[in-house]
Design a protein. Structure first.
Length: 275
């Protein structure tokens, strides 16, 4: 059924605020709290990320925020901001295909929850504090295996930059959600085709990495990660900024005019009128 774009009474003030908050969140995710910001910091820092648990604990004692950055502390903010952006996209696109967008939102928020619960930066910081306060070598020796286990769980902090289960599952779910939302953006002229194409490219790169990772031999994994992850990160940054611009525009226009443009199905509109 062909879609028409009609003007209808604006969504309530709470929804308009969510569009605005979602747009600001997308901007912050694109400009400031970019994914893998710790990797960018490592490129310019004289202190490189450690390669063994003891060095991680010592780094957190001497350079706490640098160590937390390497452990993905900024990714926690990025993922939370992306979750708010996805919620705003759902509100903006739910009239296109409500079931599909609801599934995308559920997958995206599940991916956000998985990452927030699996990031071990603060747990490793706690071990570092315990290590510093330990009074015997025996106590310190017991803390190192725990640090090793947590580093293995933390995304890209283990030697070889292999992702932990939480980081991998989170990336996979958010990539699927982003790809679905980007496809939906093609059907909504308020966002523009460039926004949709950027999202499709970015999330497809993440998804290709996730699909290739389990089947890649160790010898080529580093090359695989160095190609897909930075490329996806660049396009994600552009996508977040474009989405942020459009969400803020929608919020401003609906507040200013008291109207919000949304796509409706002709048959669904006729059924609603008949009722």
């Amino acid at each position: 059924m062909k879609k028409q774009y009609l003007e209808s009474p604006a969504l309530d003030a709470t929804w308009n605020r969510l569009f605005l908050f979602g747009g600001v969140a997308a901007f912050l995710a694109g400009f400031i709290f970019r994914r893998n910001l710790g990797v960018e910091i490592a490129l310019f820092s004289p202190i490189t990320p450690p390669t063994n648990p003891l060095d991680w604990l010592l780094l957190l004692q001497n350079h706490r925020w640098l160590g937390l950055a390497y452990l993905g502390i900024f990714d926690l903010a990025n993922v939370a901001l992306v979750g708010l952006m996805l919620l705003s996209l759902y509100l903006a696109l739910q009239h296109v295909q409500s079931r599909t967008t609801l599934i995308a939102l559920a997958l995206g928020l599940l991916g956000v929850a998985v990452y927030l619960s699996s990031n071990t930066a603060f747990s490793i910081l706690s071990l570092s504090n315990q290590y510093a306060l330990s009074t015997s070598e025996t106590q310190r020796a017991l803390l190192l295996p725990a640090a090793t286990a947590l580093l293995a769980l933390n995304r890209f902090s283990s030697p070889g930059a292999f992702p932990g289960s939480g980081g991998y599952v989170s990336m996979f779910l958010i990539a699927i959600a982003g790809l679905i939302f980007s496809a939906m953006l093609l059907k909504n002229p308020q966002f523009g085709r460039w926004t949709a194409f950027m999202g499709i490219i970015a999330n497809s790169l993440d998804l290709m990495y996730c699909l290739a990772f389990p089947f890649s031999p160790n010898a080529i994994y580093e090359s695989l990660a160095m190609f897909f992850i930075p490329a996806a990160g660049f396009f994600l940054m552009a996508w977040h900024i474009l989405v942020g611009m459009r969400l803020i525009h929608i919020a401003r226009m609906s507040s200013k005019q008291g109207l919000v443009t949304r796509p409706v199905d002709q048959q669904s509109e006729m059924d609603a009128v008949n009722e």
